[in-house]
Design a protein around this ligand. Structure first.
Ligand code: FAD
Length: 320
């Protein structure tokens, strides 16, 4: 049994369709006969890529320089009130997608289930698996009543797999009058500069925590990440302390990473941190406390002082 139609709220960064969009499309294909995207932008820009991942149609929304949420939610709601009837709409856990899903939930009077890590079918009913208590417990919720069901899904919940489909057809959704909600505009964008791979795409991630002792010691984490051609991450403790920017935070309220290798340096392993990295293929933890919870999920544990272990590791890698 599958659903008739699922829409995926597609997003792109600097012209590239986001990995989470491709993950959602892959899952949507498994759950529904027909998959389409809604996109706050020119649908032609993404039609080829999302088509490769199974979208048959991209519905574009002309947001111009307005904030995405009010325009996207109003256009999608109008399309549904005008007769479109997707069983579900899947959103990534991004700012624009959350804003859109929330507004849509209110406009259409539908429940939004957030923090989903899986979606499954129970007969012809859609069931969302979501994490609560900082990732400590998973709960299943069955959507009932009238669709579309609205689900916000965490990144890296599904591996993206192309379907080999053709370029998607494109259509524009009508944009109703937004009233004062259309007044908020985007005036500027800042793209954080970084060299090396992006944190949520890197094959190797080295993250530092409070065990580093002071902000200046984070450079050891960066050096190790660079030597391993990886990205440097952080626990929230050192982000809150102002040692590193929020963009490097891994965890429940930061980024979700699933690298081949994750090295946790001076990180205790709180559930809110683990939820962002426990899907990594191999985990190495360096911590001076043999009872630290991080060792509970580590494949390899080094009980030791980071100020001794890291310099030794960097020296051993020197020239390699
Ligand atoms: C709603 C909510 C959301 C949250 N979201 C996140 C999130 O997204 N990401 C996140 O990381 N946290 C998050 N947290 C915070 C989380 O609960 C922890 O407080 C945080 O992860 C702890 O960071 P830490 O491991 O660096 O610090 P600590 O817990 O203080 O651990 C430091 C570790 O370093 C070890 N250590 C100390 N000195 C050395 C040394 N010289 N050598 C080796 N080891 C040493 C200690 O043994 C200890 O295990 C969240 C919390 C809440 C309530």
């Amino acid at each position: 049994m599958t659903l008739d139609t699922i829409w995926v709220f597609a997003e792109a960064n600097e012209g590239r369709v986001t990995s989470t969009t491709l993950e959602l499309l892959t899952k949507a294909r498994e759950l529904a006969d027909t998959v389409a995207c809604v996109y706050a932008g020119d649908p032609d820009d993404i039609a080829e890529k999302v088509g490769e991942f199974g979208a048959e149609t991209v519905y574009g929304i002309d947001v111009d320089d307005r904030l995405v949420g009010p325009s996207a939610a109003a256009a999608i709601a109008a399309a549904i009130e005008g007769g479109e009837s997707p069983n579900a709409i899947l959103f990534a856990t991004t700012y624009d997608a959350r804003d859109t899903a929330a507004r849509l939930g209110v406009t259409l009077d539908r429940t939004v289930i957030s923090n989903c890590i899986d979606l499954e079918l129970d007969g012809d009913a859609l069931v969302a698996v979501a994490t609560i208590f900082g990732g400590a417990t998973d709960i299943k919720t069955k959507f009932t009543g009238e669709g579309p069901f609205l689900a916000l899904v965490r990144p890296k919940s599904f591996p993206p797999e192309a379907s080999g489909g053709n370029e998607a057809a494109t259509e524009e959704l009508d944009l109703p009058d937004l009233g004062s909600a259309g007044g908020a505009t985007v005036t500027d964008r800042f793209i954080e500069e970084s060299d090396g791979p992006k944190l949520d795409e890197a094959a190797v991630v080295v993250s530092g925590g409070r065990g580093l002792g002071e902000a200046g010691k984070y450079s050891m984490v960066e050096s190790l990440a660079k030597k391993l051609k990886g990205a440097a991450g952080a626990s929230r403790a050192i982000v809150d302390a102002g040692w590193v920017p929020y963009s490097q935070q891994v965890g429940q309220t930061g980024k979700v990473v699933k690298p081949d290798l994750y090295i946790a340096v001076g990180i205790s392993g709180a559930t809110q941190h683990l939820v962002g990295m426990k899907g990594s293929k191999n985990i190495i933890a360096i911590n001076k406390d043999p009872e630290a919870p991080i060792f509970g999920i580590a494949d390899l544990g080094i009980v030791g002082d980071v100020h001794k272990v890291l310099p030794a590791l960097l020296e051993a890698l020197e020239g390699r």
